[in-house]
Design a protein around this ligand. Sequence first.
Ligand code: COA
Length: 698
Amino acid sequence: MTDPVATPVAYSVRDGVAVLTIENPPVNALSQGVRAGIIAGLDKADADPAVSAAVIIGGGRTFIAGADIKEFGKPPLQPYLPDVLKRIEAMTKPVVAALHGTALGGGFEVALTCHWRVALESGQVGLPEVKLGLIPGSGGTQRLPRLVGPKIALDLILSGNPMTAKKAAELGAVDEIVSGDLLDGALAFARTVVAEQRPLRLVRDMNDKVSNVDPAVFEEIRKASARKAKGFLAPWRCIDAVEAATKLPIDDGLLKEREYFFECMGSPQRAAQIHAFFAEREAAKIPGLPEDVKPKQIRSAAVLGAGTMGGGIAMNFANAGIPVKLLDVSQEALSRGLGVIEKNYATSVARGSMKQEAMDRAMKLITGTQHFEDIGDADIVVEAVFEEMGVKKEVFGKLDKVMKPGAVLATNTSTLDIDEIAASTSRPQDVIGTHFFSPANVMKLLENVRGAKSSPETIATVMALGKTLKKVAVLAGNCDGFIGNRMLHGYLREANFLLEEGATPQQIDNALEEFGLAMGPFRMSDLAGLDVGWRIRKGKAHLRPKDERYSPVADRLCERGRFGQKTGAGFYKYEGRNALPDPVVEDVILASAKEQGIERRVISDEEIVQRCMYPLVNEGAKILAEGIAIRPGDIDITYLFGYGFPVYRGGPMFWAEQIGLDKVLATIRGFHKIHGKFWEPAPLLVQRAEAGKGWNDR
Ligand code: COA
């Protein structure tokens, strides 16, 4: 590894300036070889009397995009990043960082340690560590506040999002924006610095912006972060570290930062968030597709059904700059749908999250129609009509007649059989499920569902579509509920059973929100509307075995016209959006428990979490074994992006592994004894747990 010939840092000298070019594709991550290579290059430059300055630049598409995430969790290899930074600061000659692409994390920290920074206008800088459950660990929390002040620094660090080099230049974090060739610009800058004999400028020596900072600043930031950072460790340590920058001399601050960094590095949250990072990228890769298969170009789209879902889906296309026709046979529904879209955009503009011009552009891309003939030339059509097989089949029959050959015919069904829908066309190879999540213009998950006959090209097209629409696409197999909703079934079942056994809706919601879910099951059901589930349950009632336990609580609420938030009452009563406990609901629960002879007892929050979450794991294991999900990570991604599962737990499958599959199985077996067949352990879980292995271990 330390073989100098193999170093991924190329060294050359251009007119007296040493150029260190990082060549570590794809993103020039700071692997051990890069760290060693930078030190070796700087040693050489410092020792060479013919060299007056050094430039550090990235080869390929980017400057350094951060630490090598693949090294995390493994024993650290020398030299460490702080050693590299110490070497930069010890240079007797100017060092200029030349930034393009994404200078992120450790990459930006390298740049912040150089004497000067120049960048292409298109470049971006950022400290995304918080997204990986970490804090910037090599001076980012100490140097950035010295350049831009603690408040702006924390904005960047807590969001984890990059900012443009132009913005960084305005704020003083970048010294010059270069137009034209980056290396030429950086060399010119270095020569000027040398010619002007500018004293070497180290950020560590700049103390103005971190002196006399009112501690109230940090209290305010803590308050403002309370909701978003709830349950996370890293954001709080980011704030602590930046606060330390305002209180301690830099070397002590750096030590404090390192201490917090290692605390985060050792936490299960870091492992979970890094799992999520790689699982998200892995989900895009579909094994078994022929190598040469190419996604079809999507230049135009159509959406059927102008309801909430259809409207949201149309907004997705428009946001991506793709013209979209929204079709609804009812003029009234169409006008209403278009009105809702306009209102949604206007809200974003009013909130400042969208510019008026962007709204105008998006609205121009959406046109309404009542006629199937108008949509025939679209590259893809997404059906989002009433969730009933008869209706879907009729619609797909029509699509088969009007759509041009090769168009992708997608259905947004959340439960129905894709193959049956495909069979109502003469081109099942073009039919596929694209399950969006409500609100479709907000939720990041796209659960694509392949039918038995969906062609590789159709699959590749909808996976690529996920990226185009800035979503995370996961590929599921065809079964009732696919990945996400199939797993949700057991979760909701147990939540309802727990009501009868002694818990209240608020206790269950609170316990699961404390666990980290964005919203507990009853608040979520009330928001989604209870009537849809009621209708589905009534439709399937005849299939339910008579001896199977069934909670009628939700049905009884619906019988009283309580459909959730939209009717002002469901599992709660509502004052505006405020969910309040309702004695009527308690009566319904008590009556149901009594009828079934269930003796109510005190239920712990721990039991609530296990009873509601372990069904996800058990069903997840079945889904994996059946090949409905390709990888456990795909299940995790589905829950992280579609169901508000806390990212710091990595998703249900990863979370179960962190607990230990053997422990999860033992608890499930305990529930099986008490509660019967719903808790039959999944064979894959038994097999993995008994072998002492994780999901992926061989
Ligand atoms: N370490 C190791 N591998 C990394 C990496 C890192 N810091 N950043 C990206 N990669 C890998 C990805 O896993 C992916 O590998 P794959 O092709 O085998 O799946 C490849 O580089 C390309 O990344 P991808 O995210 O698909 O490309 P992109 O162009 O959409 O985005 C980045 C590029 C750099 C913006 C994005 O990858 C990113 O945000 N990376 C994380 C940066 C970070 O957090 N750095 C701080 C670490 S402390």
